[in-house]
Design a protein around this ligand. Structure first.
Ligand code: BGC
Length: 439
């Protein structure tokens, strides 16, 4: 074992500690005390599965964004979504916010034209916006801060739905009704729950990372809502309950009113950091923030590994399979490259060890936090839970999902069989369309 390896170890004791600390931070965040977890009320609850109609979603969570059209057929069924992908160039994510929103609106116009959707018809749209947003209603919320390298000006502190609506108006798209604003984790949870009522956690482990779950409204401090919206939530809740009673809906969910909470777990900071984590944080554009994200998500895993390799290389070592120039340059080593090398037969054994320790730590931290959420909802783990997970790291990094499941088993023993982790590919956009239907 190379000595650095122990910096990255997350032992059986560590996963329990992380899980306990995470739960404590969740509770603090919910009750409005100081916490690294924002625990944002989303004004969204799980769907009934009966939602029907044609909906559009715009899914923005990174430089690639998608627009999709979805037909919901009820009874948990939906048609195959029609999707178009677009790319936000660097200049657009670091330039003026108005220009960025104009590009989103113009892309939507292209999509509608391509799908022959008339500009006369009223269209309901779900807007997935995967950054920390303080939601003030189901279709309103202000951006707290950018993450994942976005820096567009004039957006932080503003209502992103208003900015989007203004851009739609500039494109003449007056028929679009932005009916819902959702985080990607919320979309992922809702999309999976539409077909699997046991799904009660949504997780993203991609460029960024985050999770959400449903919480009893009575457990959320009133100070976290704005009064107007609190009433909005309550009446929406009553309407849903009446509808459910009338339809005799019998899905296995709480009678008490619930609301999905966007945890914003990327900012969790009760983690033991090593010299490489500190170095990365210090050089980042958001020092002191998104501490968990910097240890778990795809935006940073390659850079953590690079810092370790650069340190070892400083001692005169050379690695087969890696371009020296990549190791010398900040963010020169991408997480995708890591994935390839992790299974490459020709990669240097030292490199493989480094990649394994960086990715294993990420998987074990993520699993500890998932365990904390489950324990919060179901302390004795008596029910079945599906965790819907999306994101490039979870989907593509060799062995990542297996490591998550292994850690859950270490934490829950045999009872871990009640937890199903399910890859929920591209659920975030679909979920936003379903939320638009609920709204
Ligand atoms: C954002 C979250 C988002 C996550 C996954 C994080 O950087 O703060 O809102 O859910 O990335 O996309």
């Amino acid at each position: 074992m190379i000595p650095i390896e122990k910096y990255f170890q997350v032992s059986a004791v560590d996963i329990r500690r992380i899980s306990r600390d995470f739960r404590a931070e969740m509770e603090k965040g919910l009750t409005g005390r100081k916490s690294s977890l924002k625990m944002i009320p989303t004004y969204v609850r799980r769907p009934t599965g009966d939602e029907k109609g044609v909906f559009i979603a715009l899914d923005l969570g990174g430089t690639n964004f998608r627009i999709l059209k979805l037909v919901l057929k009820g009874a948990g069924r939906s048609g195959e979504p029609r999707t178009m992908k677009f790319v936000l160039k660097k200049g657009l994510i670091t330039g003026s916010g108005v220009k960025m929103f104009d590009f989103l609106a113009a892309s939507l116009k292209t999509f509608l034209k391509k799908n022959k959707m008339s500009s006369e018809d009223r269209i309901r749209l779900g807007f997935t916006f995967s950054f920390p947003v303080n939601q003030t209603g189901i279709a309103s919320g202000t951006l707290v801060c950018w993450t994942k390298g976005f820096e567009a000006s004039g957006v932080v502190g503003k209502d992103v739905v208003i900015l989007f609506r203004e851009a739609l108006a500039r494109q003449g798209l007056f028929n679009i009704e932005v009916a819902a604003l959702a985080n990607d984790t919320v979309g992922t949870l809702v999309a999976k729950n539409y077909e699997d009522p046991h799904c009660d956690i949504g997780v993203i482990i991609g460029t960024g990372t985050n999770a959400c779950y449903p919480e009893k409204v009575t457990n959320i401090a009133e100070s976290k809502f704005q009064i107007r919206h609190c009433e909005e939530a309550r009446s929406a809740d009553e309407a849903i309950q009446k509808k459910e009673i009338a339809s005799g809906a019998s899905r296995p969910r709480n009678d008490e009113s619930e609301m999905i909470i966007n945890i914003e777990w990327g900012n969790f900071n009760k983690l033991r950091r090593n010299v490489y984590d500190r170095r990365l944080d210090k050089a980042s554009d958001n020092p002191g923030r998104q501490i968990l994200e910097k240890m778990v998500s795809g935006m940073y895993l390659g850079e953590v590994a690079r810092l370790v390799l650069a340190d070892i290389a400083g001692g005169g070592m050379r690695f087969t399979g890696i371009d020296r120039k990549h190791v010398a340059k900040s963010y020169g080593f991408r997480t995708e490259e890591m994935s390839g090398l992790a299974v490459s037969k020709s990669a240097d054994p030292v490199v493989k060890v480094v990649l394994d320790m960086v990715s294993s730590r990420a998987a074990r931290i993520a699993a500890s936090c998932m365990a904390a959420i489950i324990t919060r909802m179901d302390p004795r783990l008596t029910k079945t839970h599906t965790i819907a997970i999306d994101g490039s790291v979870y989907e593509k990094y060799p062995g990542f999902s297996m490591k998550v499941n292994k850690a859950l088993k270490e934490l829950f023993g045999k009872r871990a069989a009640r937890i199903k982790t399910a890859l929920a590919k591209d659920g975030s956009g679909k979920g936003a369309a379903i939320i638009a239907a609920v709204a």
